[in-house]
Design a protein. Sequence first.
Length: 367
Amino acid sequence: MAQILPSNGGALDTVSPMEKIICDITALRYYRTPPRLFHALPTICDFETPYGRALLRDDPVATQLFDIPIHALSLNNDRLTSTLVHHHFRTGKLPDGGIIDTQFDFSVTSPLLTLLMLGYHLDPIELAMLIYEFTGSFALFSPTKIIAPIVDDERLSDLDGWTRVGAASTKPGDLWSRPALLKRSAIEELIESSPGMRGIRKLRRAMRYVTGSVASPFEAKASMLLGTPRTMGGAGLGGFTNNCRIDLDERARATCGKSHLFGDIVWPENEVRDAVVLECQGAVAHGSSAAAQADDDRALALEQMGYKVVRITYKQISDEQRFKQLAEHLAGILGIVIKPAAPRTKERAEHMHKLLFKPWPYSSNST
């Protein structure tokens, strides 16, 4: 059975579906929205009735959180698509727990079924980016001016456990830290158990680009570029662990004031070299002077533990020439020989880079 985690601050339970079932892009927007907003705003109108649809253009949840048209799931071909509600008809087997009731008077496709449906109109690389988001500890949400005061109301922040990520020197961005929606093992289990299910083939292809659980789009992009085999467009420097816990000894603890750290990307030691830690220095999370000092202390603590630390910036992966230089440098550290790329390999690498550095799927975020 596919495993579903309580994603929106514990707001989900697997039960029988209500009449209003959001799916596809609307379900994605639901999973990206801090639950405090659903608690604060009025319940969405009944978009499955003519009267309710007439109210959608003035409905705060529909206009401020979901956008119109609402993407709704129909399991029996008896719903009519309109300019306000776009119905997706799905027959046949659904993943276990594929429809979930919320506390907010509508149902939503599970994270797993949502990924399956989004995969119908995404490249495997773009779908992999969403898998990183669903299985990672981040979401992308940018509030409108109307609801921004609710988002920033500290009295509501305890409702969901979501935290907006931003440096003290910058205005808050659209990156949020929140619990994972889904375990990677649940996706692998569904692929193994239901090979003929609609959307599985694309999901299987996308999973070939996924290396582990990450905390930001930057880490996801770096992981895909570095860890994907060269035949698929990556650098072929796999064998690393994402978000790897590193327990510190007494001296390292004194240096950074922590008992353990999490390395963004960590290659284990082998017979010829020490372990290597790659740290993604995102401007949003590391923009203040205090954060920069903490990063320096963190790097020193890891080096005291015997790790080789390499710190990279977003520009070093977003610029193709700089990334080539970075990959060659890392390959040298790791003792890996990178052979000249064949024309087809270059084409796939260019295709991957182009998709990774467009805005994140269904988001204005480009970092």
